[in-house]
Design a binder for this molecule. Sequence first.
Ligand code: GLU
Length: 585
Amino acid sequence: MCGIIGYTGRRNASEIIYQGLKRLEYRGYDSSGAAYLADGKLSVVKKEGKVEKLLPLLKDVKSSLGIGHTRWATHGVPSDTNSHPHRSGNIAVVHNGIIENYAELKGKLISDNYKFVSDTDSEVVAHLLNKNYSGNLLEAMQKTVKMLKGSYALIAICDSENRIIAARYKSPLILGYGSGENYLASDEPALAGLCETISILQDGDIAEVSSESIKIYDENLTPVSREVFPNLAVCCDLGLDNCPHYMLKELREVPDSVRFTERAFEGIRQKLSAILSDVNRAVFVGCGTAYHAAMIGKRYAESFARIPCEAETGGEFRYKQPVIDGRTAVFAISQSGETADTVEAARLALSLGAKVVAVTNSHHSELTRIAHVVVPVAAGPEICVAATKSYTGQVAALYLTANLLAKRQPEKLDKVYDLCKKTVAELNIGSLAQVCAKARGVYFLGRDLDYAVAVEGSLKLKEVSYVPGEGYPSGELKHGTLALIDEETVSVFIICDDLLADKSVNAVEQVRSRGGKTAVFTNVDRVIEKLRSETPYVFELPRCDKYLSPLLSAIAVQKLAYQTAVALGRDPDKPRNLAKSVTVE
Ligand code: GLU
């Protein structure tokens, strides 16, 4: 949800900003821009479209200080003028977040004769900085943020000062420490290979970054110190590894996400067990794919620990009056650890005295900072906007956590790791993807855990191929969705639960008798035998413990989504209208 980068130091800022924006592009890619100082002059370049469009505008620039932005529009269409940085006089600023009181501020600025050129909320910040500036950008920032309501990560420069000024409230911003150079960015992967240590700004912090030093202040400009961490992304390989898309590369990394998550779990086992010791209720919260992992977490905890459990989306949870207390565990699941609705849900749970457990792939995020304990998802950086390996990492983490909650010994995951590898390598889904690419609608159906994977399969397909559809419990089909079935639709059944298999086969027959196309992902022998003669699209998954089968069926639906997107000529890594980490409400 918009990526920010800043650099000052001995190297060429324009190159570092361009490379940083390329790495941040998964956070937003409708437009991008940069502002830099060259020979004491402030210049701003910006362009609608993907970051590469900025290259011709930056390639001959020599500068030692600059800021950049890749946008996911919230206010105002993607266009050159609405792109960031926004400039007012000798000041330029980039913004991630939403200024909720921008209309009121804009009205006042207009009456002060400020001219607005964009439709964004962010432009008010540029004019406020200008208005509040009297020779010191740090003080102008302090005055400006006092006037803002909403969420922001801001970085600003001015033509008469050799430093970058930043402020943060509810949108992520990190600082990177180099030698004779320093950085600012929305996340760690943007600084991969650039600096070895980072610190994370907290809400209300204001920072002053020059090539020689980084100073952090609170809202009153009193110096504060923030912990310095190793940059975990320092040696990450963010390349494509000979794959045409990150989605395919990351799908191939699904088995490792399971294996490394199991290893990382050992490091928190003791602390987690102490925190969960008197828990008698669990709530699993997430958004999008993480919500679908939450559905699985709920089922695991219910089955293993036999305690009441719920799964909720972050956006719903935070605005109801949840019935939770000190014996409730709230599992806040977010790949980035910055998902605004999930972070706010976690804050609400904390205020109500619950035990808050972060389940996240990002080890220096807001969620990790506020939670009582972090269950690490060790999927590694995920660049494709659509989640693949982070989802399977979350499922593995929740499986291990629910077992611990139940004081039960989990299955070792090395066997399922091998089966994941086999599924990634051998499941050949191309023919079905061709059919889905031409379908008017694709429905994913299953029961119980298979239903949870079905909703994720449907989301994945919608995200990357734009083929409409839905995920539905197969038992509910006859209560509504069956009305949509005809020969232009495909119904994809997931059947990995032996006990419920025959019920799902009934649903396959109901679709077939209405002329709908069907496909089945299953590891139940009698289902394979029965349906193989009836539908050409029966795909056999490896046999495994039913509770671990979501890891295998997830690979199947992810592959189907990927190949359908490719068949339709879509870019699965950057689906239209989406951005990876949703840091606004
Ligand atoms: N609200 C700003 C805009 O629409 C920033 C959006 C973002 O965080 O991506 O331009």
